[in-house]
Design a protein around this ligand. Structure first.
Ligand code: SF4
Length: 333
């Protein structure tokens, strides 16, 4: 098949991957870890973090034995923190049952493993037959068949058509070949059709405007939220707290502050940062306080070692803004 031939000589070298045609044993742990990290996060961001994770926890048993706070700290900056909590829950479960199951159905029972991830692990780690469909695969299939409706409206059709691509070939190799094609050639914008091994079979290419497929649904405006973070500093230390386990940034280290509110931020002289989450945009103002509220649990963290605090990007941004402001106009106690 043209796509697999192309993959055999053009596969991306990724640290969690075996080269095309690899016939030896495969450890499902790094494959699972990479698949979870790659959900919503780019290969470029994931690669160094994946390597650090594996160095720190070379086995799923080691990861299962790690304190959740340590894992959350290591995950800081990768976003979508429910993934990190599920990662830990899954590692604990896998260690308990003595290893990853090999079937899609059994994998799907584990925390944080949905349809796509179960299919990917079953196919890539265990050589099972599975139809692995991520957003790259959806786009390639939609273009091959010039499907002119938004993906969300045609998922069953895409599944059937993707199944035809997977029929009679090694699923793991095909999954990775399709992912590579979608990431490097059949990109969302400006697909490189002249370099595409399956251009002869592609109806979108034949149409003369491949990028028009699949059509994108109109983007809804992102809702606004606003909030306040307290900057409480004493003797070179910053007071941090841990967010509630459930909800946004659950379980992560944070600057303390009241719950965020819906709506546009009211005018204020306080410094502010903006952070865009998937479902809303947040304006976070930073207010200096001299001490934490009496009943607030937290800890003092040295300001000159803030990178070790495990702060997610939102609070790193807030801290960086405060520290940058201080350089311009030093604070006075
Ligand atoms: S020919 Fe172009 S649009 Fe069609 S699959 Fe290849 S890269 Fe995508």
């Amino acid at each position: 098949m043209k796509l697999l031939d192309h993959y055999s000589t053009n596969a991306r070298a990724l640290p969690w991957r075996h080269p095309p045609g690899h016939d030896g044993p495969r450890d499902p742990y790094p494959i699972w870890l990479s698949e979870i990290m790659l959900q919503q996060t780019t290969v470029a961001t994931v690669t160094p973090r994946f390597e650090r994770f594996l160095q720190k926890w070379p086995s799923v048993e080691g990861l299962a034995a790690a304190p959740l706070e340590e894992l959350l700290g290591e995950w800081a900056g990768l976003g979508y923190y429910a993934r990190a909590r599920n990662l830990h829950g899954c590692a604990v479960k896998v260690a308990e049952i003595g290893g990853f199951p090999s079937s899609e159905a059994a994998l799907r029972q584990l925390p944080g493993i949905g349809d796509y991830t179960a299919a990917a692990i079953a196919a890539i780690a265990f050589g099972e037959d599975a139809v692995v469909i991520d957003t790259n695969v959806e786009r390639v299939v939609a273009r091959l068949h010039a499907i002119d409706r938004p993906i969300k409206d045609v998922r069953p059709q895409i599944r059937t058509l993707a199944g035809e691509l997977y029929a009679g070939v090694p699923s793991g190799e095909m999954a990775q070949a399709l992912m590579d094609l979608g990431a490097t050639i059949c990109r969302p914008k400006n697909p490189k059709c002249e370099a595409c091994p399956i251009a002869d079979d592609c109806k979108a290419y034949a149409s003369g405007n491949p990028q028009a497929f699949p059509p994108r649904p109109a983007k809804a405006k992102r809702p606004e939220r606003h909030g306040i973070a307290w900057w409480i500093e004493l003797d070179g230390q910053l007071f941090l707290t841990r967010r509630a386990d459930k909800g946004m940034l659950g379980g992560m280290a944070a600057l303390p502050g009241p719950d965020w509110q819906d709506g546009e931020a009211p005018p204020s002289p306080l410094p502010a940062i903006r952070h865009v989450f998937t479902h809303f945009a947040l304006t976070l103002r930073i207010e200096q306080r001299s001490q934490p509220p009496a009943n607030l649990e937290g800890w003092w963290h040295p300001l000159d070692r803030l990178e070790e605090a495990g702060l997610p990007t939102l609070y790193r941004k807030a801290a960086d803004a405060m520290l940058a402001q201080r350089k311009e106009a030093p604070l006075h106690a």
